[in-house]
Design a protein around this ligand. Structure first.
Ligand code: NAP
Length: 239
């Protein structure tokens, strides 16, 4: 089993939702965590919770869809952490609406955040992992990236793109001892799914919880380094 204690991770969108649950699960494993997002107050609060678990935790507030901000912030986070072992590309946005009804700007922003944002962050972290000849990248797609549905054209297009980018990268950097994992979870209770009306608060028994997602990521990371969880779908037992 791979020992995770004292590893260093960056989790985009780590202040709340699935990213926060992952940050907490990492901290419980003794991983130092850098979380990112746009809302500084939320990031500060989550950093306090992470520190209380006994790890080094830091944050950077920036927009993943802005390459200049990504370059500056990722460099600063890695400088402060001292090194980097794990990247979780989790930040994302979703909105549903028919192709004609959705504003061009909103369609573009979903692609810019979910696809370009993931590409920008990965581009800044990857050279560090290649230089160490070791690392893990977890890219969060969705079941919406496996099949399209009415009103999900922008979100599905972005999550299909994530799968293509992530699987290509996996084949590119296996030789560098870098494991790339593409996750395609179904609905998980979070601000995103509750705001979209596809999950309800207080539905722990039937709907996937952020902790379930975090546990899957930790299990994948714990595999011996010769083994890689290349793709994983997480579904609830009872729809
Ligand atoms: N929940 C689900 O049912 C579900 C299912 C499958 C896949 N996913 C995917 O899982 C990931 C996490 O989703 P979630 O449910 O946890 O959503 P969420 O509760 O809405 O959280 C989204 C996170 O992404 C960050 N973020 C969004 N846009 C950003 C930007 N432009 N720059 C920087 N950070 C940004 C947010 O931080 P700030 O608000 O501070 O910027 C927040 O931390 C997303 O990629 C989502 O598509 C979710």
């Amino acid at each position: 089993m791979t020992e995770l204690k004292n590893r260093k991770a960056i989790i985009t969108g780590g202040g709340r939702g699935l990213g926060k649950a992952t940050a907490i699960a990492f901290a419980k494993e003794g991983i130092d965590v850098a979380i990112t997002g746009r809302n500084e107050a939320v990031l500060k609060e989550t950093v306090s919770e992470l520190k209380a678990l006994g790890v080094n935790a830091i944050y950077a507030a920036f927009d993943v869809s802005n390459y200049e901000e990504v370059q500056k912030s990722i460099k600063s986070l890695i400088d402060t952490l001292g090194s980097i072992d794990i990247l979780v590309n989790n930040a994302g946005i979703a909105a549903f609406g028919s192709l004609n009804d959705m504003e061009v700007n909103q369609w573009r922003q979903i692609i810019q955040t979910n696809v370009m944002g993931m590409y920008y962050v990965t581009k800044e972290v990857l050279p560090h992992l290649i230089a160490k000849n070791e690392g893990d990248i977890i890219n969060v797609s969705s079941t919406a990236g496996l099949s399209g549905n009415a009103t999900t054209s922008a979100y599905s297009a972005s999550k299909f793109a994530v799968i293509g980018m992530s699987q290509s990268l996996m084949k590119e950097v296996r030789k560098n001892n870098i494991r790339v994992c593409t996750l395609t979870p179904s609905t998980i209770a979070s601000d995103m799914s509750i705001d979209l009306g596809i999950a309800k608060k207080d539905s722990e028994d039937s709907v996937l919880q952020p902790e379930d997602f975090a546990e899957l990521i930790v299990s994948g990371l714990k595999l011996p380094r010769r083994a890689m969880m290349a793709n994983a779908s997480l579904w609830s037992t009872n729809p």
